[in-house]
Design a protein around this ligand. Sequence first.
Ligand code: CTP
Length: 319
Amino acid sequence: GAEVVINGSSSPAVVDRSNESIKHNIQPASAKWRHNQTLSLRIRKQILKFLDAEKDISVLKGTLKPGDIIHYIFDRDSTMNVSQNLYDLLPRTSPLKNKHFQTCAIVGNSGVLLNSGCGQEIDTHSFVIRCNLAPVQEYARDVGLKTDLVTMNPSVIQRAFEDLVNATWREKLLQRLHSLNGSILWIPAFMARGGKERVEWVNELILKHRVNVRTAYPSLRLLHAVRGYWLTNKVHIKRPTTGLLMYTLATRFCNQIYLYGFWPFPLDQNQNPVKYHYYDSLKYGYTSQASPHTMPLEFKALKSLHEQGALKLTVGQCD
Ligand code: CTP
């Protein structure tokens, strides 16, 4: 069969912010996007050579014990101890064991979702993935409510919950966690040092208040495996974003994948300003200085997959 062409060029991700969004024109939702089943299956097979979402979505209880020492993936010289709480929250079996879904939504956090009216459509998918505990209630019309898996980088505790400085913030986080109501909470605990206390606070809160979530902590090899897969497709990503990690994992258990809220550009297709996040005042450009994400490069790869029918990107309004 034909090769999967994800990225025609290997040019570095130099971002010309002034007209980047023009180059990424995506056809309106009504235009002729069709799912390409053959291609999706081929991609799943290729990705399986690098990682298996069923395994790599979380470290399992049997593989670690309290007191074990782990080297952070991005800071190899720094280590952490597996605490009793973390151990208690490790799943015994993969939360994705034997899971298969007809359609999945992955909801990124771009402000392009505002006024999209996509909430209803997002909620119709069989499995909905969200990122970084992004709020839903106040934005339900545009982002929906259904949440089957939500990620939480430790930095979210600092950025969105004031590092739990007082009882009010602890209560806010607790309410958010309770609202997850049995979904999977995916915490990258082993990626970078600096998140150690924050992960421990969240673990403690979950145990103390018997919060009904299924915790998962991505495997130590996931990041390298994901990077490896994209590298072989000539997409040179230093540190995959949460959104790209979720897409890569989702290929394993979703037949059709729909992406919303992926738009790492300050202007939309009609040249109107777009917020970096739909729910806060973080500014665009923050990532390019502070972290090695190369979102526009990832976007280019996703857009190419959209054009080939392997996934569907929605960057405008839903019908
Ligand atoms: N995203 C996007 N365009 C934006 C913002 C986010 O495409 N303007 C996508 C990215 O794939 C991102 C995901 O939505 O990973 C979730 O957004 P965010 O919470 O900002 O993601 P992180 O990658 O975790 O970013 P950070 O490292 O800043 O925590």
